[in-house]
Every structure is written in structure tokens, then in C-alpha cells.
Design a protein around this ligand. Sequence first.
Ligand code: PEP
Ligand code: MN
Length: 339
Amino acid sequence: MIVILKPNPNPDQLESLKNWLLGKGIQIHTSLGTSHMILGLVGDTSTLDIDLISALDIVEDVKRVQEPYKNANRKFHPEDTVIRVGDTQIGGGTLTIMAGPCSVESEEQIVAVAKAVKASGATMLRGGAFKPRTSPYSFQGMGAEGLRLLKLAREETGLPIVSEIMDTSQISLFDDVDVIQVGARNMQNFNLLKLLGAQEKPVMIKRGLSSTYEEWLMSAEYVMANGNEQVVLCERGIRTFETYTRNTLDLSAVPVLRHLTHLPVIIDPSHATGKYALVAPLAMGAVATGCDGLLIEVHNDPAHALSDGPQSLNPEAFDRLNKRLLALHAFLSEGEGAK
Ligand code: PEP
Ligand code: MN
């Protein structure tokens, strides 16, 4: 971090700033220009509040030269994070396929979809019990009963389950859920993120509708700084000027995040496009970028789904797609081995 001081800084205030920084274990390299003094701060500056320093009377400007996230930063953790979930894993060269309906609707529905996606090679069952809907008049999910049915489907198929938490008050209901999803709208629910930092289970954070990579990684940092290193990132499309698709899938997220972080990256082409016909091509594209997995909505009767029917694949379409995804992933992995 670089702190540019105003001309002729008050010596007492300068002394007190330096002592405060030294007390935080930061080394200070001072350079004196013709009009400005510049402090070069060396050490772990990720915990320094840039706004606090900028607001000081003697400070003209502050610039970060390092990312504000440390736990999620690849610079401090060069190896890819691999997260174990039941008998499977996320990251480490595997292609995780999270599939299932947007909402759990009934025992028959979730068990039928779970069996179908398992038979097609999905590695996790994803279904929503608590649904963040734009309209209060839309189906809000089955709540605790939905989680009970998901667990039943897990017993029937052996697939680990992934479901979204919407609020801190729901945490005890998620005791037996294998991966807790934080939805796009909750990406910056900092109380929720802190609470999830105290859990000993994987947390998948979806990218906020208009969030930058840095904001997204800072959300991961919230969970990690509170003690939970098992964080997965899920790109689900961002808000742009385009309205034809529900969102715009940012596939740059895969190589960009590979560079910035060691955390696994999942792509969700279903919420990104909102249209079932666009799911397969973007899922294939996502695998080609080297993502660690996909989240794909599958419903046994999309036309009558209580939420997100237009973007849901039926089990037959999912089966066809998953075969192609696994073949592409296997082909690309062979190439990796030959390098
Ligand atoms: C979901 O995954 O069902 C969901 C609501 O997605 P998002 O938070 O990405 O909108
Ligand atoms: Mn959905």
C-alpha cells in the first residue's frame, strides 16, 4: 500500500500514523519527493482500512498495490483448493455436476429428479427449499419440509445435497446439508457470511448480480477469515444492458479467478441464460474454459415447474448434455496430462 502525504504534514500526526502502522506489524519505507512525502507500506496490508487512512488530515491519497483479500488470494496459497464432499470432491481436476430442480416441490418430484440425474452421472443433487423470488406472490419454496425431502432423496441416491440458505435464522436447519449455497442476492449479506465462516462445511457463494470479482472474493474472504476455508465460487451471470437473456454469462470468470484465487469455480448456465435451449452450448463452453463444475437446473416436468421452468432441462436433455460434458472434460484432461 502506498500513502501519499500532503505537503508539510503535522509531525505529531505523522508520528502517530507511523506508530499505529508499526503496531500492526507493517514496515514503512519513507521517500521524500520535492513536494510530497510517500510512505511505502510493506507487510500484510489486507487488514488495513484504506478509508480510515484516507480520512486522516495529513493524507492526500492512498493506493493499494495488493489485493484486499488474503485467505482467498492465490499469491498466499498457490495450490488449488480441493473440497471433499461425501465420496466426491470439488476441484482437483474433477468435473462436479450439481443438478436438480430450482425448487423442491414434492417427494415424488425430488426423488424422481434425483434418480434421473444420478443415472446420468450428476455428482450432487441441488434443490431449493428457501427461494429468493423477485415477487412476494411467487412460490417461496417448501422451507424446512423441502430440506427434509432433499435428505430423503439423498438417502435414495447417495448424492450429496446442495441447498440455499437465505437467512442466519435458518442455520440449524442446514446441519445435515452437505453444501450450503449463498444466493446472488445474499452475496453481501455479511452477517450470513460470518455465520457460515463458523461452520465446518462447504459454502458455495454465487456472484452478486452486479458484483465485481474483487467484491465477490471479499465475500469469500468473509467466510474464510471467520475460520471456514471450504469456499466454492459460482458464476451465474451478471446484469448487463442485454435483456434477451436473463443475465449475461461471464465466462471470463474462470480464467480470471484461476489467476486471482485458489478456490474452485462452478458455472451456472441455467440462471445465466434463463432459457433451456442456451444451457447446453454455454455448459460446453464453460467446461472448455476449465471450470471445476456446473450447476444445471433439471425438472421432470419443466412446463409445470413452480419456479424457473423455462430454463430447466428435462431428464432426457440433461442426460444427453451430461454425456457430452463428461466426454469434453475427459478429452481436455488427457490434453493436460500430455503437457
Ligand atoms: C438459485 O440458484 O436457485 C438461485 C436463486 O440463483 P441466483 O441466486 O443465482 O439467482
Ligand atoms: Mn432457479
